[in-house]
Design a protein around this ligand. Structure first.
Ligand code: ATP
Ligand code: LTN
Length: 336
């Protein structure tokens, strides 16, 4: 449990590597918001993770993107007075603990990460940072004595690796780190691409393909085109277990947005066409993103205020991070 003993401590983050989409909202942001007042939360914009791929390195654009992602955290309902929200690179301790953990983590563990395999297979040349990415993620989590890490399904392996890294360190050098657990939402943990329901909806793919994702800041006309052109088969099956991947994805999104069960949805659409399902998915998405977009505009209109909030929070985060880093340094015999 966290230092206070009362509320579990939470850490999670999203990379400023593109536009936040429905998958990021349902898999991560919404569960952060739902439980924010029961927990002590640290929500980070993980820009050091973003630069593990060269296309994210953009001196002017990346800082703006980090601000945009922070504003979207608040616009999605994260209360700025009740949570710590900051940009990862503003707290140097993240990079520094990563080095210490690099030196105590077996290289073979990193080669087993499925996300590294997927991302590196798609590239001719890969940075050292891309392989080391899960160690930076472990540093993020461990610096704040985190109990819970709310993420989508694709990140569970990284959180399990974080536990292994912490356990090994504690075993070899003394009890320094709290062991975290991943939490995955009951629905929406894996939203698939609307243009390719066999692959996870992803920010990077969305940059290349127009109809892949619904982005939280897309215009309504764009969202309409994306949802109405979602790939389905030509059948009429609405029972989740029997439907094709595209229809299962639409049913999953609708269930996640409305809270209705798959049985209720199958009954409702029986004898109807997939066009009706798409219209309802569209309506549910628009109702969700409209208020987010409105609140986002308010934050975007005052970048100086946003920067001030992020700077204050980074100062507070640094205090906690520095204490943990000191414990790790002392355990290894480095540092002043
Ligand atoms: P990239 O394509 O740049 O790797 P991404 O779209 O996968 O990005 P991340 O920043 O890696 O997004 O993920 C942020 C959070 O959102 C993580 O907790 C992740 O598990 C969750 N998430 C991302 N995509 C989805 C998805 N399609 N369905 C459910 N959760 C998702
Ligand atoms: N790797 C994660 C982003 C991330 C993260 C974290 C999530 C970086 N550090 C710590 C949870 C906890 C991703 O790509 N979604």
């Amino acid at each position: 449990m966290s230092e206070s003993g009362a509320r579990p401590r939470v850490f999670s983050g999203i990379q400023p590597s593109g536009d936040l989409h429905l998958g990021t909202y349902l898999g991560a942001l919404r569960q952060w918001v739902e439980h924010q007042h029961e927990r002590e939360n640290v929500f980070c914009v993980v820009d050091l993770h973003a630069i593990t791929v060269p296309e994210a390195i953009d001196p002017k654009g990346l800082k703006a993107k980090s601000r945009e992602v922070a504003a979207l955290y608040f616009a999605s309902g994260i209360d700025p007075d009740a949570n710590l929200v900051f940009v990862q690179s503003h707290v140097r301790e993240h990079a520094e603990l990563t080095w210490l953990l690099n030196c105590t983590t077996p290289l073979g563990w990193l080669h087993r990460m499925t996300q590294f395999k997927a991302k590196s297979d798609a590239r001719e040349s890969v940075s050292t940072g891309l392989l080391d990415y899960p160690v930076l993620q472990a540093a993020d989590i461990l610096l704040y004595d985190t109990d819970l890490v709310p993420v989508g399904e694709d990140q569970v392996q990284h959180v399990e690796l974080t536990r292994d890294i912490a356990q090994r360190f504690n075993h070899l050098f003394g009890e320094v780190f709290t062991l975290p657990d991943a939490t995955v939402p009951p629905s929406g943990a894996r939203v698939m691409g609307f243009d390719d329901p066999d692959a996870k909806m992803s920010k990077s793919v969305a940059q290349e393909r127009d109809r892949h994702a619904v982005n939280l800041l897309d215009d309504e006309s764009v969202i309409k085109k994306t949802v109405m052109s979602a790939v389905t088969d030509s059948g009429r099956e609405f029972r989740f277990e029997h439907a094709g991947a595209g229809v299962r994805n639409l049913l999953g999104v609708l269930r996640s947005l409305t809270g209705e069960s798959y049985e209720a949805l199958a009954d409702r659409y029986e004898g109807r066409g997939y066009g009706d399902l798409k219209k309802d998915v569209l309506e549910a998405i628009l109702e969700t993103v409209r208020p987010i977009r409105e609140r986002y505009e308010a934050y975007a209109a005052d970048p100086a205020e946003l920067d001030a909030i992020l700077a204050r929070n980074a100062d507070r985060a640094r205090e906690h991070a520095a204490r943990t880093l000191k414990r790790a340094q002392d355990a290894l015999g480095v540092g002043a």
